[in-house]
Design a protein around this ligand. Structure first.
Ligand code: GLU
Length: 441
């Protein structure tokens, strides 16, 4: 069975980059009729917060990316300790004592000599006596995984064949001096134990993947199939990392971005398939193909979410808007007609509020100086509301007869006087919705 997971660290709210990872893994499971696990990578107790756990769940819920079960790394510490013991016994874990400053110095020396800054395994040569002395002297040991120095190869679902020389990678630190299990290790144990079959994640994890393949094999497991998607950049190709804070899913949602706009864009951006607004996740899953994604950085422009949001909102049936219209106080008998009339003039659901305020209270008129007399005269010909479907035709005919104006010169000043805007719904259809007109402006 296909099993995937989305594995955020609950140290912040989900952003647009996380959505891409979550969606790909979700879609793979959904297409295959498999399982999608929400795994919380929360071994960093200081930075992980329940608030963010709740935030992650709320965002995924809103998007409709439902998980089959939740796993938390913080509840699996015994298991990690057990597997760490096994790797230690197998000679794959070794204790190190270098301080960050010492490591930094080593790296600088290597770089000066034109060599890659790979950990030199000095700690591997320490005998038991020396280790004991270091501990006595107050040094705290942390643990590295000893890589096998051969080539680590896999067929990547996006990058194609990848081959990494393990000797070009530092033996990863898997357990810190304070006992904290690091992600690289916890994730390997989890992926093995939970039978994860496919992992899609950002290409900033490629080196992790190389080491995790060896760690999983060293534990007797079979690594999942890996795929690494490119990272998102801004529209100019600039790094997005600093702006991701403002691109949190909750903020985009609060701004009125529709979930289908986000999902539709993210399911296609960076692939050879065009972006199309999908009706639901089934349609997105049907059209999803990981092999269509390229390795090049993917440009993301938040502005692209608006045309998709607009198209989605404008197509909403009345039933979907009903509750919001009732909250706004649109009378039940007017509400369906109101939605029909304004739908083509909104981008976000919330835009109906402005149109309703206009209908309820009348708009602040916009009147060009050269139209002032004309509008004043026209307004004397307009009876007070309520209006009907033929009000506009009768009124404009009367105004035409009285003033001699016709065409755009007749209609535009009247539209601007009644709505304050040059653009908007068909006036004949809007008139019956107007509860008030500011005739004395
Ligand atoms: N917690 C890791 C991250 O957010 C998960 C990466 C993975 O998918 O393995 O980067």
């Amino acid at each position: 069975m296909t099993v995937t997971r989305f594995a955020p660290s609950p140290t912040g709210f989900l952003h647009i980059g996380n959505l891409r990872t979550a969606l790909f893994n979700y879609l793979i499971a959904r297409k295959a009729g498999g399982q999608f696990i929400l795994r919380l990578d929360d071994t960093d107790r200081a930075r992980s917060k329940e608030e963010y756990v709740d935030g992650v769940k709320a965002d995924l819920d809103w998007l409709g990316l439902h998980w089959d079960r939740v796993e938390r790394q913080s509840e699996r510490l015994d298991r990690y300790a057990e597997m760490a013991g096994k790797l230690r016994d197998a000679g794959r874990f070794y204790e190190c004592f270098e301080t960050p400053t010492e490591l930094d110095l080593k790296r600088k020396k290597q770089l000066n000599m034109g060599r890659p800054p790979v950990y030199d395994r000095a700690a591997l040569a320490l005998d038991n006596d020396t280790r004991a002395k270091l501990r006595e002297a107050g040094r705290e040991g942390y643990w590295r995984f000893r890589l096998d120095w051969d080539r680590i190869e896999w067929e990547d679902g996006i990058l194609g064949p990848v081959s990494i020389d393990a000797a070009s990678v530092s033996d990863p630190v898997l357990i810190r001096a304070d006992g904290q299990v690091l992600y690289t290790f916890a994730s390997s144990v989890d992926d093995m134990d939970m039978g994860i079959t496919h992992v899609v994640r950002g290409n900033d994890h490629v080196t992790n993947t190389a080491t995790q393949i060896q760690i999983i094999r060293a534990m007797g497991g079979e690594p999942p199939a890996f795929a690494h998607h490119s990272l998102l950049t801004g529209p100019q190709g600039e790094a997005l990392s600093k702006r991701l804070g403002t691109l949190s899913l909750r903020d985009l949602r609060a701004e009125g971005v529709e979930r289908m706009a986000l999902l539709s864009l993210m399911a296609r951006l960076g692939s050879s398939h065009p972006v199309v607004l999908a009706a639901d996740l089934d349609e997105i899953a049907a059209g999803f193909d990981l092999a269509q994604f390229g390795a090049a950085p993917t440009k993301f422009d938040p502005e692209d979410l608006w045309p998709l949001t607009r198209a989605h909102v404008q197509a909403l049936p009345y039933d979907e808007m009903k509750d919001r219209l009732a909250e706004l106080g649109v009378p039940d008998d007017l509400a369906p007609a109101f939605w029909e009339v304004v739908r083509e003039n909104v981008t976000r659901r919330e835009d109906v509020a402005e149109w309703w305020a206009l209908c309820r209270d009348g708009a602040e008129p916009t009147i060009a100086p050269e139209d002032a007399d004309f509008v004043a005269e026209a307004l004397t010909l307009l009876p007070p509301p309520p209006y009907g479907p033929s009000t506009w035709a009768h009124w404009t005919t009367a105004v035409k007869a009285a003033t001699g104006r016709k065409g755009r010169a007749l209609f535009m000043p009247l539209r601007k006087a009644l709505t304050g805007q040059e653009h908007g719904p068909d006036m004949a259809a809007l008139m019956p919705l107007l509860q008030k007109v500011r005739t004395r402006a």
